[in-house]
Design a protein around this ligand. Structure first.
Ligand code: FMN
Length: 385
């Protein structure tokens, strides 16, 4: 059975499935292209890439697929408070750098590429969709993206944020439920208020906006996809499920951590990047934040830059206790497989879930409606169920 939604039609997809952009190396060209070749939409998370890297990554994807793929950036953030004193954090990080045989941590020397430079490269990338998170885009960026005929997708964690996105001119909204792995996209109010679970968030956003909705957060299998469609979403965006694919570029220790984690072992933390994000609890998270409080953690992206060398060294040494193990709450459903197998398996599970629901309807018709059964039970003095 093929699922036909407004988004499968607009985006030219065989399945209503988007591989979440996975900034930080998870979404290799092999992963993105394999997802697109399988009839879903692969995405490049380009937020940490230089303009040159954006072009070379997109070229690598294009050499592996002729199908559509997307590109994603972080919306530009207001400049962080320059009066922040990094000394306490530098001192707290130093023993961990020493433990991994790294020179003492220091402030980053070269500034990251500006949003405008990244956007210029993204516009040249050949991607057919552009998505973003962390806030709204400047009007000039929206215009430039639309002038390229790219399908524009913004991220929201509340109804108000979704309305802001729609007003800014996006073609679709990703709802990021509180179950989601990785950084929170919240921008409208404080992060805690934006922790709304998908089963509440999706239908309320669907009712509030006119553009199609893409559900994300904790969706790992065909049951989750069908549930999201039932709530009114026109597609889903899945991150954690793709991280354990063979093609994903995260260290094996990271994949192992996801594959052995339980649903109650992730937390929202600022310890790695300075911005709230969901990941599997590990030693670094516990010692930096949970044991000492988060008041000395520097704002994003400064904290992220400070901890990057530690995470890079930990990745090389297979030390999961120092990696930012971004992951959603659906971890028990993660599997090791190729991206093509994951997409094919999701398609089969979607069919099986719909068939199960149809069987329920058929069975209910043959025995009578639940309301009629309840009335009959009451008439006969039985419990009202
Ligand atoms: C490792 C990782 C990196 C992510 N990077 C990005 C990103 O660069 N841009 C973005 O919009 N979302 C990013 N996300 C969030 C996803 O878009 C999505 O909200 C999330 O993965 C959905 O939850 P799930 O992981 O339970 O599927 C990332 C998520 C993970 C796990």
């Amino acid at each position: 059975m093929s699922i036909d939604t407004v988004l499968t039609r607009c985006l030219g997809l065989a399945h209503p499935i988007i591989q979440a952009p996975l900034a930080g190396g998870g979404d290799t060209p092999d992963l993105v292209a394999a997802v697109s070749n399988a009839g879903a939409l692969g995405f490049i998370g380009a937020a940490y890439l230089t303009p040159e890297q954006i072009i070379s990554t997109a070229t690598a994807v294009r050499s592996r697929t002729t199908r559509p793929f997307g590109i994603n950036l972080f919306a530009p953030l207001p400049p962080s408070d320059s009066s922040e004193n990094p000394e306490t954090m530098l001192a707290r990080l130093a023993p961990y750098f020493a433990e991994l045989g790294q020179p003492a941590p220091s402030l980053p020397k070269s500034p990251a590429s500006s949003f405008d430079e990244q956007l210029a490269a993204a516009l040249e990338s050949g991607a057919s969709s552009f998505s973003f998170t962390f806030g709204a885009l400047p009007a000039s960026a929206v215009q430039a993206i639309k002038a390229r005929n790219m399908f524009l997708i913004g991220t929201a964690t509340t109804v108000e944020e979704a309305i802001t996105m729609e007003k800014s001119g996006v073609d679709a909204v990703v709802t990021q439920g509180s179950e989601a792995g990785g950084h929170r996209g919240s921008f409208g109010s404080d992060f805690a208020s934006g922790m709304v679970g998908s089963i509440s968030l999706v239908p309320q956003v669907v009712d509030a906006v006119g553009v199609p909705v893409i559900a994300s957060g904790g969706i790992m299998d065909g049951r989750g996809v069908v549930a999201a469609l039932a709530l009114g979403a026109s597609a889903v965006q899945m991150g954690t499920a793709f991280l354990t694919c063979h093609e994903a570029g995260v260290p094996d220790a990271y994949k192992e951590a996801i594959l052995s984690a339980h649903e109650d072992q992730t937390r929202i933390t600022r310890a790695f990047s300075g911005r709230p994000a969901r990941g599997i609890v590990n030693r670094f998270m516990t010692e930096i934040e949970l044991n000492h409080g988060d008041d000395v953690i520097l704002p994003f992206p400064l904290q992220n830059s400070l901890t990057r060398p530690l995470r890079t060294a930990a990745a090389k040494q297979g030390r999961a206790e120092f990696l930012s193990l971004w992951s959603g709450q659906g971890v028990r459903l993660a599997r090791r497989q190729s991206a093509a197998d994951l997409v094919a398996r999701l398609a089969k599970e979607i069919d099986a879930t719909i068939a199960t629901l149809q069987n329920c309807v058929t069975a209910a018709r043959s025995v009578g409606s639940p309301m009629r059964l309840a009335r009959e039970a009451k008439d006969h003095g039985g419990p009202q169920i």
